[in-house]
Design a protein around this ligand. Structure first.
Ligand SMILES: *Cc1c(COP(=O)(O)O)cnc(C)c1O
Length: 420
């Protein structure tokens, strides 16, 4: 089936009442048929609902639909994108291990990997996403995962996914792509051999800035990389917290299963069923919306490129972009999403332009139907040192736009006025 059909139907079988819209199962717990049924569910002899911290029927539809759009075999929803990224890391790494992360990542991912997990004893080694050959020198036998974004936020670089996958394969390391900005509509990292995809579904998935959420998607046959691999010993040895279960022996997708049984069980960053329902509504129109976001962003990027006050425009679908070739290779129909950034002379000028727009709202979010203008150096990236700012590709005069779904000409006129 084609993507737009999957976006509307995948993962949902109508209940006995023929309910057309996916129901919201606002329930904490589920009744077992009897004590044996309960025991079988807990022992994984049978799969079914136990408690919403672990699974929920509305969230289940969202996970199945999302997995089908990404071309994955299973997915697990989390309370936010950051919870999803943390769980993807925590599912493989422990104190004494290291992970390899692109320098150009979302601000929260930078502080998570550079500060928070350091206190758990996990070291992060960074590479330039525009120069994947740096990865090899960072690998050792305690390296557990390579994490990068398909389109980086906010520096708008495009990763050469195949090149990174090739290096990871050589050392048998799991790769994980944050596909939030590109979305599964533009880019399918799993089809290039990536092992895991994570998203903040708070952005394009919900699409109207309605709900926080995250998701981890697992590729088919990930067990092949994990089984017998010394890097992932805890998948290959008995899990004493789950009466000796060995994940790599199970006939089911093991990565997302372990996130569910161990991490959601113990850490509890579970999505609300209501938020999962909102995300399902978002997925229905995602392919349609991404086309409009991308078309509009390209027109705006071209306008900005011709403006004398603009020093530089970062948008991978621009013919002048260094990453034009990569965007044509990895993104469907050359669409490059709604995120772009441009540089003006100074921090003050950037702030006054942002303040002068009328349709664009000064907000730190992306992927909304409503257009957004952000000055990263004073907001999302404020906690970063000058060195970290430079590494993340965020100069002081950089303005980020998240192009929404308003009329394209109205947005161009608004920027024209604000630029003066
Ligand atoms: C927003 C964002 C996140 C964090 O997601 P939340 O849902 O806000 O926790 C992670 N990665 C990228 C690329 C993002 O844009």
């Amino acid at each position: 089936m084609h993507e737009q059909t999957l976006a509307i139907h995948a993962g949902y079988e109508k209940d006995a009442m023929g309910t057309m819209a996916v129901p919201i199962y606002m329930s904490t717990a589920y009744e077992f048929k009897d004590t044996k049924h309960a025991a079988d569910l807990f022992a994984l002899k049978e799969l079914g609902n136990i408690y919403t911290r672990l699974m929920n029927p509305t969230t289940d539809v969202f996970e199945k639909r999302f997995a089908s759009l990404e071309g994955g075999v299973a997915a697990i929803g989390t309370a936010s994108g950051m919870a999803g990224i943390f769980y993807a890391i925590a599912n493989v790494a422990e104190a004494g291990d290291n992970i390899i992360v692109a320098k150009q990542v979302y601000g929260g991912t930078t502080t998570l990997t550079g500060h928070t997990i350091k206190r758990f004893g996990i070291e992060t080694r960074y590479f330039d996403v525009c120069n994947p050959s740096e990865i090899e020198a960072l690998v050792d036998d305690r390296t557990k995962i390579i994490l990068f974004e398909s389109i980086t936020n906010p520096s708008i670089d495009v990763a050469d996914i195949e090149e990174i996958v090739q290096i990871a394969k050589k050392y048998n390391i799991i790769t994980c792509v944050d596909n939030t900005v590109a979305t599964s509509v533009l880019c399918k990292p799993l089809s290039y051999g990536v092992d895991l995809v994570v998203h903040s579904t708070s952005k394009y998935t919900t699409g109207q800035g309605l709900a926080l959420g995250g998701i981890i998607v697992e590729r088919e046959n990930l067990v092949e990389k994990i089984k017998g691999n010394a890097r992932y010993e805890h998948f290959n040895t008995p899990d004493e917290s789950y009466h000796g279960l060995i994940y790599s022996d199970l006939p089911m997708p093991l990565f997302t299963l372990r996130v569910r049984l161990a991490l959601l069980r113990d850490l509890g960053g579970t999505p609300s069923p209501f938020n999962s329902w909102l995300h399902i509504q978002g997925l229905e129109t995602l392919p349609l919306r991404m086309r409009q976001h991308s078309d509009s962003a390209l027109a705006i990027a071209e306008f900005l490129e011709s403006h004398p006050k603009v020093k530089k425009v970062n948008y991978p679908a621009l013919k002048s972009s260094k990453q034009y070739k990569l965007s044509q290779k990895y993104f469907k129909n050359g669409m490059a999403s709604g995120l772009l950034s441009f540089e003006v002379e100074s921090k003050e000028e950037a702030q006054s332009i942002a303040d002068a727009t009328e349709i664009f709202s000064v907000v730190t979010n992306i992927g909304d139907s409503k257009s957004i203008i952000t000055h990263p150096a004073s907001t999302t990236h404020q906690q970063l040192s000058d060195k970290e700012l430079e590494d993340a590709g965020v100069p002081a005069g950089l303005i980020r736009l998240s192009v929404g779904l308003e009329d394209t000409q109205d947005l161009i006129d608004d920027l024209k006025r604000a630029l003066g």
